[in-house]
Write a protein of this length. Structure first.
Length: 341
């Protein structure tokens, strides 16, 4: 099991929970962590007066991270770097140098450096003749290096995101209707897209025709789809950090639906949506042009899915379940109103 450092949103939730005098177990449940993790976080990152604040916790965490970082293996003034320079001048690639060092010094672990370490050491040199010379020795000789994973990190570029970690507990329980998960499935060459919405309590599906995968299309498509539903089942939507949601505030304004964002690379946080996307692909296969399907055709596909029995609901279909949970919600509301009067 892999441990993940507490993030800023989780620390905010801990701080709010302490201000509300919640138990450590309740705070842990809200951020999906163990109570011991919360207890350790408060103990390690409180200030000298024993008070836990988010800013102090962040500073202390960063301080510890700096101390525990391993020392660089390839320093510019080391003998190993001198050897690497000579191999670069002989037009060895960093991959060849890494392999050659391992064969030259089979018992010297300090000589085991990866080609990434060599690249990083070269591009970390201060601007000057040596840096220019060594970069020129590389095969492509570019003055800047593209990250090895490629592409551009687009996380945290969505303004005013609200994290899934501050989502109300009632959404997690799947007992109250009106909480949705959303996504886009894309067609051939990513040139066409269809929006998908799944209601968490019932598995009820809506498919949304999109002109493209832009933020404008998302605002228009998701707003129109959500507004087709009764107000009682328009409470929240959980989405990934796709760029099509940069105008999420407009969707909230048009529909009244609060929008929460998942962590990067965490599809399991929208498990219902990920599962239904697999079923939708039976009707809308990958590599096809999705723009050819009208909204009426997408509604027919959604109706077919919503009539499909689900083992999760004792082989009842999502239409039946959604109707039932809505009736239960309305009954509770009526009882609440009666007791008030």
């Amino acid at each position: 099991m892999t441990y993940h450092e507490l993030n800023l949103e989780e620390r905010i939730t801990i701080r709010v929970g302490l201000l509300q005098s919640l138990s450590l177990r309740e705070i842990a449940r809200q951020i999906s962590r163990s109570p011991s993790t919360v207890s350790r976080e408060i103990r390690r990152n409180s200030d000298n007066n024993g008070a836990y604040t988010v800013s102090t916790a962040q500073v202390q965490m960063r301080t510890r991270r700096i101390v525990c970082r391993p020392k660089r293996k390839l320093l510019p003034d080391s003998e190993l770097f001198d050897l690497v320079k000579e191999m670069l001048r002989a037009h060895y690639s960093p991959e060849q140098i890494a392999g050659n060092l391992r064969s030259m010094f089979p018992k010297l672990k300090d000589a085991y450096v990866s080609h990434e370490t060599i690249y990083n050491a070269i591009y970390a040199l201060p601007v000057g003749e040596l840096r220019k010379e060594l970069i020129h020795c590389l095969r492509h000789g570019k003055t800047t290096r593209r990250p090895r994973l490629g592409g551009v990190d687009r996380r945290n570029q969505i303004p005013d995101m609200v994290s899934i970690h501050v989502r109300p507990p009632e959404i997690e329980d799947r007992l109250v209707p009106g909480h949705w998960e959303g996504d886009l499935i894309k067609g051939k060459g990513n040139a066409s897209a269809v929006g998908t919405l799944v209601e968490r309590a019932s598995g009820y599906v809506m498919l949304v025709k999109m002109n493209n995968a832009t933020a404008t299309a998302a605002v228009e498509g998701f707003s129109a789809a959500l507004n087709r539903m009764p107000l009682a089942v328009r409470k929240s939507m959980t989405y990934d950090q796709g760029r099509e949601m940069t105008r999420h505030a407009e969707i909230t304004q048009k529909t009244g639906v609060a929008i929460y964002f998942c962590d990067p690379h965490s599809p399991w946080q929208r498990g219902s949506n990920e599962n239904i996307n697999g079923l939708i692909r039976q009707y809308l296969p990958k590599g096809t042009d999705l723009s050819q399907h009208s909204q009426e055709e997408l509604d027919d596909i959604a109706f077919s899915l919503n009539r499909r029995p689900r083992q999760r609901f004792g082989f009842r279909c999502p239409i039946e379940v959604l109707t039932e949970v809505m009736q239960q919600e309305m009954a509770l509301s009526d009882n609440g109103s009666a007791s008030i009067h």
